[in-house]
Design a protein around this ligand. Sequence first.
Ligand code: ZLM
Ligand code: CA
Ligand code: ZN
Length: 390
Amino acid sequence: HNGITRPKGYRVSWHANPAVEPHHFGQSHPMKPWRLTLTKQLVMAYGMHYAMDLYLTRAATFEEMAEFHKEDYLEFLRQVVPADMEAPEQSDRIASYNIGDDCPIFDGLYNYCSLYAGGTIDAARKLVNNQSEIAINWSGGLHHAKKAEASGFCYVNDIVLGILQLLRHHPRVMYIDIDVHHGDGVEQAFWSTDRVLTVSFHKYDKDNFFPGTGALDSTGPAHPLNPGAHHAINVPLNDGIEDADYLQLFKEVVGSCVETYRPGAIVLQCGADSLGCDRLGCFNLNVTGHGSCVEYVKTFGIPLLVVGGGGYTPRNVSRAWAHETSILIDAADKIDPNIPETVAFRNHFGPDYSLFPPLSEMRRIENKNSKAYLASVVAAVKEQLRYMKG
Ligand code: ZLM
Ligand code: CA
Ligand code: ZN
């Protein structure tokens, strides 16, 4: 075959179930599971699947999801149907679980949630069992879901479930989140423990950008005797940040965190809504800039669980996640930047048919992050890490 062979490098496992892809959130809802189909088509057209162990993931069981979520909430997700949205006797429960326009009830909802959660749980177990060094589940990364509440297109928090698996073997796990939104659900789940260090980079505007949390001084529980104190790191950003500044910031923050915290495993959420031209995002990152963050995390050589997340311009989401897959298998230099003639749905990648279109120039949003501001954020994080060391 003409695929990519991987003489050395890490063992990489790919965890997916195509049954996730046809689920539909409803007309004109920004979240499109179909972007996973597009990603897989790109990965396969480049032959990257030859360089990974491929696993068809199973649905997470009710009991597995109940390791984080409340049973009554999971029971609700399991039995609710779209028609219940109009049933008055259900309206209290629907409201209490935060079902609505962002998180609608659609056909197969429970199946969708259990499939993407099963993928992340399986991926974490592969790492723990030493059967893989880098495990990828692009259908996961749904960082807003709470114990008993849906939020921001997320119903079940697969990341929390994956981290709980990793914590069975690793004393410390680091979570890194490059989605344009704050990783609030993961932060909240591990707020009171020092066994997980959460680090989120995000657009922050308390009143005008979802979810409104993740300020620089939101660093963990206020009480110094709470073990979680100082173990939440937030990197709030303004509109329009670009590759070079983002990467420098990312390296300084993540590098210092890894050095200080010495995690046994890393979970990296690669939300692609931080790319330029995203339907919901407001940053100016290119596919290469986003990918450089993944490449940097890989250099630590620490067992790595990679998940997806947001990303609302499907052609760019698939470009980014295909490029990042190539980085993880050490094949980025063997990838033709011109998208292969053979790829399915090739029309989506026109008119440039490039893996690296100039996203930062196509809808440039004014960069509101001064060098001085970014330097002050780095200084604050380094100060926080001094406290963390105790
Ligand atoms: N309205 N339809 C990121 C999650 C972001 C909360 C404002 C709902 C939308 C958005 C839904 C078709 C991740 C909010 C929004 C309209 C209250 C958000 C359905 C357009 C549509 O056209 C839409 C009827 C919808 C939702 C835009 N929602 C944009 N931004 C955020 C949630 C998830 O990327 O971080 C991880 C996967 N919600 O701003 C409102 C305040 C509900
Ligand atoms: Ca984030
Ligand atoms: Zn997002």
